[in-house]
Design a protein around this ligand. Structure first.
Ligand SMILES: Cc1ncc(COP(=O)(O)O)c(C=O)c1O
Length: 342
């Protein structure tokens, strides 16, 4: 029996329709700008984000790095939530590659208030301090449980940043999960930002790729950064073809992943020694704490039963629902967890 793989939505396999499209896609050299399938995907993606232009990047991490590079200069500072992917999981790329210092801000559930934005902008007239050039928001917020920013909060934080002359980058790795949860277009979410990155390779089930979107001049600069970072990928239309299918067919179905995550979370919360904050289970990520067993021992034991998960802290586990998981898997997984914890 195949394992039930809750480690991440990055483990998703492309659909048969995607594989077919990848075989037949018309191709060209995307570094020269003449891959027709990629160009088509960039038009569609930019429109979905409400931006002028877009460029294909190999990963969400590179998209965020480029977002930092085009919005801040070496020696400047970027504000980010202390649990953001950009600060926590991107190997200090901002510092190592862009010379940009990240100022981490502890937030309530990943939501930065306008007051927090204002308080963390440095005074421009003090030569001792770096210039605060930019800020990044993450939506949905991974380490905070896949929570969705209420649109009004996102707008208020974006407005507070823009009012102080900051550029805003949105890490929208899972922006479509947020859009589906809120019942809005992704462009309404991305409207708070100058630049946005979203991932094709997570819940949208593409094998590879993310897309960076923004104004035409930001995307032009992004393409130069992409080349510098070694991310210019020639006949990338083989990947873009899957992206076109994803934007047409994989967005609405994310509601299924959210429903599965909710059932999973509710079932876990009833197991002895499990604490799961159901208020944070808003999309496809389920985080929970184990009171009686270390998380690594729990995930090791689950693996032996064919259930793969990710431990995030000594007592903390993350399970992720996605295109490769159905309602029956949720019931089977709950049985395994019950057995492992008993
Ligand atoms: C919120 C968030 N941003 C960015 C990324 C980076 O994406 P990638 O793994 O494609 O580099 C991830 C990956 O899990 C993520 O969760």
């Amino acid at each position: 029996m195949a394992a039930i793989d809750f480690r991440s939505d990055t483990v998703t396999m492309p659909s048969p329709e995607m594989r077919q499209a990848m075989v037949t896609a018309p191709l060209g050299d995307d570094v020269f700008g003449d891959d027709p399938t990629t160009n088509r995907l960039m038009e569609v993606a930019a429109a979905r984000m409400g931006k002028d232009a877009a460029t294909f990047v190999p990963s969400g991490t590179m998209g965020n790095l480029i977002g930092i590079a085009v919005n801040a200069r070496s020696g400047q500072e970027l504000i980010a939530d202390a649990d953001s992917h950009a600060f926590y999981y991107e190997t200090a790329g901002a510092a190592a590659v862009c010379g940009v210092q990240i100022r981490p801000v502890a937030t309530q559930a990943g939501i930065m208030s306008p007051q927090q934005v204002a308080e963390n902008v440095r005074p421009r007239d003090d030569p001792h301090q770096p210039i605060t050039a930019a800020i990044t928001f993450e939506n949905t917020h991974n380490r905070h449980g896949g929570i969705v920013w209420p649109l009004a909060d996102l707008r208020a934080a974006g407005d507070a940043a823009h009012a102080r002359g900051l550029k805003v980058h949105l890490d929208g790795a899972r922006i479509f999960n947020a859009a589906v949860a809120l019942g809005v277009e992704a462009a309404e979410i991305a409207a708070c930002a100058d630049t946005v990155t979203f991932c094709l390779s997570k819940g949208l089930a593409c094998p590879v790729g993310s897309i960076f979107c923004g104004r035409a001049e930001s995307v032009e600069e992004a393409r130069r950064w992409r080349k510098r970072l070694g991310g210019g990928m020639r006949q990338v239309g083989v990947l873009a073809a899957a992206g076109l299918i994803a934007l047409d067919h994989m967005v609405d179905r994310l509601a299924e992943d959210h429903a599965n995550a909710r059932t999973l979370a509710e079932g876990l919360a009833e197991l002895p020694g499990v604490k799961c904050d159901l208020s944070r289970v808003q999309t496809n990520l389920v985080y929970f704490e184990l009171e009686r067993m270390p998380a690594p021992a729990f995930t090791d034991e689950c693996t032996k039963h064919g259930l793969l998960g990710d431990w995030i802290g000594p007592q903390r586990v993350r399970f992720v629902t996605h295109y490769g998981i159905d309602a029956q898997d949720i019931q089977s997984a709950l049985k395994i967890c019950e057995e492992v914890l008993s």
